[in-house]
Design a protein around this ligand. Structure first.
Ligand code: NDP
Ligand code: MG
Length: 384
């Protein structure tokens, strides 16, 4: 049998990072952790270092990294700090595959560094593709590395596409649970609090993506993510509300045949698929019992209550730096919503206003994207 695959986890203390470690824990003969990185959660990273004994580990936040050093003491793990430390972990020589599960566009630098270093990337961090899809895909192609989706919808699409020719694909249909507000009237939504938005009906996730699910911005980001990963035009990417989160997405082909991938809503399944691709083995996710799962329903999303989807199409039509601006404004606005300093519709109102004030750079270089992102954050902060 082959040696366990050496992997690096960026964002190991988050929801996806911790579920990735559960997958590794269940498959120790197939996977081995050689690098871990997070932002500032030194307590949890110290525990992870004690359990996994990675060769390298880093915290982006320098003062938290000092606390990590104090907690870990002498160990075989090399401890690093700051942005450069996270980059060093992302490019650590022994790592074969990097799982990118940092939050937001902060993941862009480490992800690009891993790709430049020739590593395959299992990508959960969708904001990286939204902000800089053209650059990331170009570098990945040039380096001949695989970008394997972790997002459940994109994992479903990738699985449906196996054995198919790209030119036969006519439509991608991304499913949405609809989030906690799927039936909430607009007037009530306008007063919705973060506490209510954080009660997701089918998935347990980090706070930012849970709010994105409530506004449907998550589907907006996922549509753009799908465009870059699968090279399908935005107008051929649809979103449908599927409350049960059993059908993870669908692909329509030119003969009108439709393929879908089903499974229980459990992120360990797409995580394992990406970590072990192209191999399937028994792992951690529970079985789906078709006969007892009840009816599956599909509905159009309500564009009037959820303006995020239209914003994504608008940003993609504008092209260039516009999606990076949309993403950055959303990150700032979601943060404000979580702190209680803006309302539910304050999020999309802010994004719309920031997009309006942005002058698009059509074929952006990486530096243009970083500048557009920083400018969008500055403009968005003026709102709150
Ligand atoms: P969490 O908020 O739970 O975790 C975020 C992780 O990223 C934490 O480990 C955090 O560290 C780390 N982090 C933040 N900034 C940096 C940085 N600059 N360098 C290194 N690490 C950093 O988020 P989720 O796990 O929910 O989501 C992570 C990504 O995966 C997001 O892009 C999300 O959209 C995507 N995703 C998540 C899904 C889910 O089910 N949760 C499903 C599909 C996609 P610290 O703890 O120290 O702050
Ligand atoms: Mg998803």
């Amino acid at each position: 049998m082959s040696e366990p695959k050496p992997i690096i986890i960026l964002g190991s203390t988050g929801s996806i990072g911790q579920q990735t470690l559960e997958v590794v824990r269940a498959l120790p003969h197939r996977l081995r952790v050689v690098g871990l990185a997070a932002h500032s959660n030194h307590e949890l990273l110290a525990q992870q270092i004690a359990e996994w004994k990675p060769a390298v580990a880093a915290l982006w936040d320098e003062s938290a990294a000092q606390q990590l050093r104090d907690a870990v003491g002498s160990s075989s793990t090399r401890l690093l700090a700051g942005q450069s430390g996270v980059h060093e972990v992302a490019t650590y020589q022994e790592g074969q595959l990097v799982l990118g599960a940092m939050l937001g566009a902060a993941g862009l630098g480490p992800t690009l560094a891993a790709i430049e270093a020739g590593k395959d990337v299992a990508i959960a961090n969708k904001e990286t593709l939204v902000a800089a899809g053209s650059v990331v895909m170009e570098v990945a192609r040039a380096k001949g590395v695989a970008l394997l989706p972790v997002d459940s919808e994109h994992s479903a699409i990738a699985q449906c596409l196996i054995g198919e020719e790209a030119k036969t694909v006519t439509k991608l249909t991304i499913t949405a649970s609809g989030g906690p507000f799927v039936d909430t009237p607009k007037e009530e939504l306008a007063r919705a609090t973060a506490a209510r938005a954080l009660k997701h009906p089918t998935w347990t996730m980090g706070q930012k993506i849970t709010v994105d699910s409530a506004t449907l911005m998550n589907k907006a980001l996922e549509s753009i993510e799908a465009h870059w990963l699968f090279d399908v035009p935005m107008q051929n990417i649809d979103v449908v509300v599927h409350r049960q989160s059993i059908v993870h997405s669908l692909v329509t082909f030119c003969d009108n045949s439709v393929k879908a991938q089903l499974g229980v809503p459990d992120m360990r399944l797409p995580i394992q698929w990406a970590l072990l691709y192209p191999e399937r083995i028994g792992g951690t996710a529970p079985a789906l019992d078709i006969a007892s799962m009840g009816p599956l329903t599909f509905e159009r999303p309500d564009a009037a209550r959820f303006p995020a989807l239209a914003l994504a199409h608008h940003a993609m039509q504008a092209g260039g730096t516009a999606p990076a601006v949309m993403n950055a404004a959303n990150e700032v606005a979601v943060h404000a919503f979580l702190k209680g300093t803006t309302s539910f519709y304050g999020i999309t109102d802010c994004i719309e206003a920031v997009l309006e004030r942005h002058t698009v750079i059509a074929r952006p270089k990486l530096s243009d994207i970083y500048e557009a992102d920083a400018e969008a954050r500055r403009l968005a902060r003026e709102f709150f």
